[in-house]
Write a protein that binds this ligand. Sequence first.
Ligand SMILES: Nc1ncnc2c1ncn2[C@@H]1O[C@H](COP(=O)(O)OP(=O)(O)O)[C@@H](O)[C@H]1O
Ligand SMILES: O=P(O)(O)OC[C@H](O)CO
Length: 497
Amino acid sequence: MTKYILALDQGTTSSRAILFDHAGRPHASAQREFRQIFPQPGWVEHDANDIWASQEGVLQQVLRDSGVAASDVAAIGVTNQRETTVLWDRATGEPVANAIVWQDRRNAAYCEQLVEQGKADVIQRKTGLVLDAYFSATKLKWLLDNVPGARARAERGELAFGTVDSWLIYKMSGAHLTDTSNAARTMLFNIHTLQWDTDLLALLDIPASLLPDVVPSSGVAAHTHANLLGVSVPIAGIAGDQQAATFGQACLKPGMAKNTYGTGCFMLMNVGKRPLPSKNRLLTTVGWSLGPGSDKTDYLLEGSAFIAGAAVQWMRDGIGIIRDSSEVEALATSVPDSGGLVFVPAFAGLGAPYWDPYARGTLIGITRGTGKAHIARAALEGVAYQNVDVLSAMQDDAGIALSELRVDGGAARNDMLMQFQADILNVPVVRPVVTETTALGAAYLAGLAVGFWDSQEEIAAQWQVGRRFEPAMAADERLTRLHKWQRAVERSRDWSE
Ligand SMILES: Nc1ncnc2c1ncn2[C@@H]1O[C@H](COP(=O)(O)OP(=O)(O)O)[C@@H](O)[C@H]1O
Ligand SMILES: O=P(O)(O)OC[C@H](O)CO
């Protein structure tokens, strides 16, 4: 039997390749950063060729460095930064423009026009999404309307659109497809019928010929070109990174939730086999489809905060109060508290449940005694406070109280942040042994499809607690702090003009 599943994790700032063994443990990994392009304030782009070059580079490197033969890889799982929009020429395989990244806000005004035209309700009903520039649809429309000749070429059937999963799979195999979890992030996909929605395509003037075929998240979808690895390997798992992390955290039953602390923070809760509409401006999204049809599909509720680890990066690169992200914990714990300072990390507006693109980062309560340690502490606390708003919206929507929150992502290695998160949520926070849960989720989806793993029960049994953080804050202190946080949030809102 083949020995490994190879997961490709294409994130916002880096591409990773990880080989997983039967126990669901990482055997070897490789990672490469790639270029971020900021052409104007609020715009964020990637060169899709850089994305592919970095991903192919780590794919080859992990096999070379570990000495694992491609013939020992049972299948490939692909997981990716979501919503980021790639448009390429079917004949040459060349992108027609830079990819527009999920963080890009260039279409905020157009989205407001759609809201004014009363389109938000129909969009939420069909797609589960809050009408926002975050999703792919308005990014694709922008490319068609602004890249010279693109619309005419699209109408002649010469171009292909895809999220990053589609782009990577096209480069590896020539197939043009995506899975239900990624399709659900385009704002063009009906999450009830699991098909592209013709009304939304018409509303946004998007030719259907651009779109990839939609396949289940687990299932042999394509095979790699033989010249990529010397042998052809099945591509058998595909999922957006946050959905993959939810699967990798084995949140396989309704009511189970995880939070990933990367650049941003993404909390997702399994709500079962039916999409649950949110009354609190959270997103309803496809988690994964283990086969065709909605009875094989798990749905999730999602709340995102756009800034988490990025606040730590800012303290390192922007104001230079730390030299390395790992120093933030020692600095923050060098003071007993934040000295009354509150930090709302709304650098890119506020995500769920506020959806305020005009909010901005706010540091309030500065006194003569405020020092850099207080700023570090307030920043970590601010990352955690944002999740209180998201979790209370989620518990209200789902009608349940969470029994524990599973956590992962680069900033989840920060023990102070995790303890404060447990305290302020009043919910136990649990960090697993394997924290590469995004890649692991993609590996599980691929491995289930080719019989490398047999069942979801086997996967759930592999999940192991690394460390558990129990809430230890008195209720009155928590409420006092949350009240102060709410006041700070109000001051951060509606700031940018
Ligand atoms: N010890 C730490 N404490 C807090 N944040 C950290 C720590 N180490 C890394 N980070 C943050 O984690 C983020 C990287 O996590 P990762 O999961 O790789 O993110 P992404 O997938 O979004 O690129 C960075 O923003 C970094 O600032
Ligand atoms: O690349 P990440 O890990 O920051 O994830 C980005 C999300 O998929 C955006 O929706």
